[in-house]
Ligand binder design. Structure first.
Ligand SMILES: [Zn+2]
Length: 266
């Protein structure tokens, strides 16, 4: 499944637990030029593991290698975190309109309360009319609270849509799962446990529908094959013939997300 030239992302995001409770997201890139495995860290991409094309190592081996560099990684991650919180101190741009391609919906967002005297004490989002969201809350409400409320709304929206879609695909493809949970995860589109429990990221609503469908099918295939070995990709290609192309296109998927949806609001 390696394209002829350049880079290929083997799979979007994994996460490795380092010492001191630090957990670091990483993704793997194949490179035709790489002779050996190396790690690259940057504020924009986080940790990228570059592996020689066609020689994707076992996850266990890879994580052992990462562990040996954990102090170096921790030092860099700390630096990036400082930089990120500095960026957040700037005004958080809130959306005037939310476009959700997966369900083909567009929502205008209004922030002024119709009646400030009736404003609730905490920030929340309600549907004013179809296609219009009203963000209500104390007038002094911070943009962080508003972003948080909008994100909670997105998660509720995703919970109303994605599990049904996953169940339909599971039925059509005859790959049952045991449970599905919708989360607002930071660095993974989805995951599947050994018990067939699937997690899906509510941010999938912001992607083109074929991409989101690809992620759902990818996770369903994990109910049969947990790893990312050749058999997995064969199974996936059987159910999604465009898998290779979509996987390549999805390299920039995180960039399609609006900042208020991705930044850490803790
Ligand atoms: Zn996978």
């Amino acid at each position: 499944m390696t394209p002829g030239a350049g880079w290929a992302i083997v799979w979007s995001m994994q996460r490795v637990e380092l010492a001191d409770g630090l957990s670091c997201p990483y993704r793997i890139q194949e490179s035709n030029r790489a002779r050996r495995i190396r790690l690259r860290l940057s504020a924009a991409d986080g940790m990228v593991v570059i592996v020689p094309a066609g020689a994707v190592p076992l996850r266990e081996d890879l994580e052992r290698l990462i562990q040996t560099r954990s102090r170096w990684i921790a030092r860099h991650m700390q630096r990036f975190a400082h930089r990120e919180s500095a960026a957040q101190a700037e005004v958080l741009a809130l959306p005037g309109c939310i476009h959700l391609p997966v369900i083909n919906e567009r929502w205008d967002v209004r922030y002024a309360d119709p009646d400030p005297n009736q404003a609730p004490s905490s920030t929340r989002v309600r549907v004013a009319t179809q296609g219009v969201l009203q963000v209500c809350g104390p007038e002094s409400g911070q943009s962080k609270d508003r972003a948080q409320a909008l994100r909670a709304w997105i998660r509720t929206k995703a919970t109303a849509v994605l599990p049904t879609w996953l169940a339909e695909l599971a039925h059509d493809l005859r790959m049952p799962f045991s449970r599905v949970t919708i989360r607002d995860q930071r660095s993974r589109w989805g995951s599947c446990s050994h018990h067939g429990r699937i997690n899906l990221n509510c941010k999938l609503l912001f992607l083109p529908r074929p991409w989101a469908r690809y992620v759902l099918i990818h996770e369903l295939c994990h109910t049969r094959i947990m790893n990312h070995g050749p058999d997995f990709w064969t199974l996936l290609a059987m159910h999604e013939p465009q898998a290779l192309r979509i996987r390549r296109e999805m390299r920039t998927a995180w960039r399609k997300l609006p900042a208020w949806m991705t930044m850490s609001l803790a």
